[in-house]
Design a protein around this ligand. Sequence first.
Ligand code: KIV
Ligand code: ZN
Length: 498
Amino acid sequence: MADRLFIFDTTLRDGEQVPGCQLNTVEKIEIAKSLETLGVDVIEAGFPVSSPGDFNSVVEISKAVTWPTICALTRAVETDIRVAADALKYAKHKRIHTGIGTSDYHIRHKFNSNREEILERAVACVKYAKSFVEDVQFYAEDAGRTDNEYLARVVEAVIKAGATVVNIPDTTGYCLPWEFGEKIKYLMENVKGVDKATIAVHCHNDLGMATANTISAIRNGARQAEVTINGIGERAGNTSLEEVVMTCRCHKDLGIETNINTTRIYGISRKVSSLMNMPVQPNKAIVGRNAFAHSSGIHQDGVLKNRESYEIMDPKDVGLDENSILLTARSGRAALKHRLSVLGIELTKEALDKAYESFLKLADHKKEITDDDIMMIAGRHHMANHRIKLDFLQVTSGVGVHAVASVGLDIAGEKFEACSSGNGPVDAAINAVKLIIRRTMVLKEFLIQAFNKGSNDIGKVHMTVEYDGGLYYGFSANTDIVAASCEAFIDAINKFIK
Ligand code: KIV
Ligand code: ZN
């Protein structure tokens, strides 16, 4: 019989630490509910002591989700642990995730301490967390670069102190798959009482080896994988949920099964990408746009004769519905509703009406509406509640003429207008917005991306604006990239002018 691998999802904690990926509580609840339907065992909902927003999200997710365990992160600090326990008070199944750095880099440079003192702190934080909840997970930060003998002592001591799960993170994404596998094997063979806890792994992707390291650890006895949707996370990201789950499914010889309903993978991948404004690279394994696209003649011929010639999994298994109806300007509300539900989005009748209106407007400009467009439409209403909204925008630009823009803003119901020139249409439009807002703001980052392909595509704009020493992120998407840029700038402004 296959062994059960527990899936611990940290999209809402490690994933959400990525600059520009921050979510509000409502969005986090939406993702948490989708994670529950997907079948994850544990949801790491946040780091409650880090901000009132994170605290509140853990509280609300605890209320909204029923069967997965809700986990809250802490440092090995008593206040963190008390605050985490408080944030988890409504969770049906709760876990505190506490820990400390165990590599000599962390011990010497981060804590200015020594191995014995860190060992004592590790035991103390587990005991303290245990006084609030039964289920305590300990992480040995930078375990990937921690000496195995010392790591085994720490793991043994925290299990003795009551840890139910011990997490071995490759925090810096440094390890090689066989080396990381050896580390887990060493712990399984040398830690007394290792059978009393679950060994978990949490890998980062700095060298592109997060999934390989996780699988190697599983082969050697790890039974909890810490993952994120689309592999989002700090720097190069975390291990991706879809890669680990589908690897276990494709390689039956691993003898591992999970509780994941794989047909929900594609929908949640789109949802996370859209809500976090984080595009999925086209060649991303499992969920990238090209993951199942065969373009070379030889491959197409092979797949037509027998799918298994070039495909190791059926796209339907990950929720990619090849026979999905193409949405165009002639599609009805029911077709849009169906497509949204395939993508894991249920809208109220009112929201569906609004989304359908936006859909028809977009379909006037684009021949075929893709899933990314639909996710964008469904998520677009976040701008509807902004205090400052773009009322109108008119731009004249071209070769051999000055770009000039007229902008109208609606600020809490009052109308303002300004006109300005610039070195291009975006610069002119932003200068006009600045004339109305009259604050010193500096555009620090400006990124335009096409969603798919074709000159009728939607442009996504990401911006970072500096104001009064703080950095504020703005996003928009529109078939008109000057309008998208202007809206992204206004989106960022709404974050500091309330
Ligand atoms: O990467 C890491 O070490 C972490 C820990 C806090 C688990 O995210
Ligand atoms: Zn991490």
